[in-house]
Design a protein around this ligand. Structure first.
Ligand code: SR1
Ligand code: MG
Length: 399
C-alpha cells in the first residue's frame, strides 16, 4: 500500500480520512497543501484547511538528500512510538501526534505555525533569549518518564523492546557521529585544502580514538532512558517563547548525556561560526543545564522505580541524583565533542558556517570547532562541574 506521496496524493488520501478532513474543515479542493521538506530524510507537507492546519511527514525509502542511500521506512513508526511514549510528559513542548498510518509510514501532527527551525532562527539572529530553558525541561521530562528511577523495570524493558528495532537510524548515528569523521570514508565530503591536515590528524590520533571508543561503548551499552537521539538545533522549532522539539525518529534507549551533548554541541558550533555570539550561546548553555538539572533533580527525587527504591530519606535521594547528574555531565561533554566534529567535517554539516564572512574565517571557525571537539572528548571523564563544561564549550579566544 505504500507509495511516496506528492501534494495531490496527500489531498486525495486526507479526503478519505473522516477525522482528519473534519478537523481541517472545508472541502478538499479548498485546502492549501505545500511541501516544505527541509531535513535530510523525509518529505514534509503543511496542509491548511478552513478550520485548522496539519503537518504530514512521510518516510521515503531513501535518504532525501542522498537518493542512492536506501533507508528503511520503519523510522516513521519509531518516531510515532517516541511521540506516544513521551507525550504525557512533554505536553506543549512537542507537537501533538494526531494519526500514524502504518501502511504509508506517515505521521499527521500539529502544524507549528508561524514557528521556524531554531538553527535558521539562530542564523537569522531571530531568537528570544532563554529558549534553552524549554529544551532543558524537555530532556529532563522525557528521560524521567522513560527512566529506571521512575517506574518498575518491566516498563523500561518494554521500551527496550519497542525501540530495539530502530537499528537503521542507530546505524546512521554509529557511522556518522561515532566513526566516520575519524576514518577515510566515501560519505565524508572532501575537506577544504586548508583543513586537510587537521582532518588527517584526527584519523591517526590514537589517544583520541581510545577516548571515542569509551563513548561508543557508553552509547551502545548504557540504556539509561529513552532518548530523542537527534537533538540538534534543526530538531527544534520556535516562535517567540513557544519552543517545540520535533523529529524523534532516532529514538533509542541510551545515555542521557547524548541528548544533552548534541544540543550543547550545536550551540557551541553556532558560537564557533559566529564568535561574537559566544556570550549569548554560553548563556543558552547555562540556561539549558540549569533547567535540565533542576527538573531532573525534582522529578527523579520523587522515586517510583526499582533504581533508588531503597533510599528512604531526602538526603540519600539527593546524593543519588547528584551522582547521576555528574555522570550525565561527563557524557554530555564527550557527545558534544563528537557532535561538533562530525557537523564540521562529516556527512551532515551545518548551515551555521554560512555566517562566516569569507573562506578564511570559515576555515578558522572550523579549526577552532575541531579543537574544541577534541578537547571535550579527551577531557570528558575528568569534568567535575557544569562551569568546567562551559569553559570547554566556550573557551576564551586566546586559549
Ligand atoms: C543520513 S541522515 C544525516 C543526519 O541527519 C539527521 O538529522 C541526523 O542528524 C543524521 O545524522
Ligand atoms: Mg531530523
Amino acid at each position: 500500500l505504500y507509495r511516496t506521496f506528492d501534494s495531490a496524493d496527500l489531498r486525495i488520501w486526507l479526503s478519505t480520512q473522516i477525522t482528519l478532513s473534519t478537523q481541517l474543515g472545508g472541502k478538499p479542493e479548498e485546502w492549501s497543501i505545500k511541501e516544505v521538506s527541509d531535513g535530510n530524510l523525509n518529505s514534509v507537507f503543511l496542509v491548511h484547511g478552513l478550520d485548522s492546519s496539519l503537518c504530514c511527514k512521510q518516510a521515503l525509502p531513501h535518504v532525501r538528500v542522498a537518493p542512492d542511500w536506501p533507508m528503511p521506512l520503519e523510522r516513521a513508526l519509531y518516531e510515532a512510538r517516541y511521540m506516544r511514549a513521551t507525550e504525557a510528559a512533554v505536553t506543549g513542548l512537542a507537537p501533538k501526534l494526531f494519526h500514524y498510518d502504518a501502511d504509508l509510514f506517515l505521521l499527521v501532527m500539529e502544524c507549528l505555525s508561524p514557528h521556524t527551525v531554531l538553527r535558521s532562527a539562530l542564523i537569522a539572529d531571530q531568537v528570544t533569549p532563554g529558549f534553552s530553558e524549554t529544551i532543558g525541561q524537555y530532556v529532563a521530562q522525557t528521560v524521567h518518564t522513560t527512566g529506571w528511577t521512575t517506574r518498575p523495570f518491566e516498563e523500561g524493558s518494554r521500551l527496550l523492546a519497542d525501540f530495539a528495532g530502530n537499528t537503521a537510524l542507530t546505524r546512521i548515528t554509529v557511522d556518522l557521529i561515532l566513526n566516520d569523521p575519524y576514518r577515510v570514508c566515501t560519505r565524508n565530503p572532501e575537506p577544504e585544502p586548508a583543513l586537510l591536515s587537521a582532518v588527517e590528524a584526527l584519523r591517526t590520533d590514537r589517544p583520541l580514538h581510545a577516548a571515542i571508543s569509551r563513548l561508543q561503548n557508553i552509547f551502545l551499552t548504557c540504556r539509561q532512558a529513552l532518548l530523542h537521539g537527534d537533538l540538534h538545533t534543526g530538531s527544534i522549532m520556535l516562535h517567540e517563547r513557544d519552543v517545540r522539539v520535533i523529529d524523534g525518529e532516532f529514538a533509542t534507549m541510551g545515555p542521557i548525556g547524548f541528548d544533552c551533548g548534541l544540543y550543547l554541541g550545536n550551540l557551541a558550533l553556532h558560537a564557533c561560526a559566529a564568535p561574537q555570539k559566544m556570550p549569548a550561546m554560553e548563556h543558552e548553555m547555562r540556561v539549558f543545564w540549569a533547567a535540565f538539572a533542576e527538573q531532573f533533580q525534582t522529578l527523579v527525587s520523587q522515586g517510583g522505580g526499582d533504581v533508588g527504591g531503597l533510599l528512604e530519606d531526602d538526603a540519600a535521594r539527593l546524593t543519588m541524583v547528584q551522582d547521576m547528574l555528574l555522570g550525565i555531565l561527563r557524557d554530555t561533554a564527550g557527545f558534544a565533542g563528537l557532535e561538533i566534529i562530525r557537523r564540521t567535517i562529516g556527512f551532515a554539516q551545518v548551515a551555521d558556517y554560512s555566517l562566516c564572512p569569507d573562506d578564511a574565517a570559515r576555515t578558522t571557525a572550523r579549526k577552532r570547532a575541531l579543537e574544541i571537539g577534541r578537547t571535550l572528548i579527551m577531557s570528558a571523564e575528568a569534568i567535575e562541574s557544569p562551569d568546567a563544561l562551559f569553559a570547554l564549550l566556550c573557551p576564551s579566544p586566546a586559549t
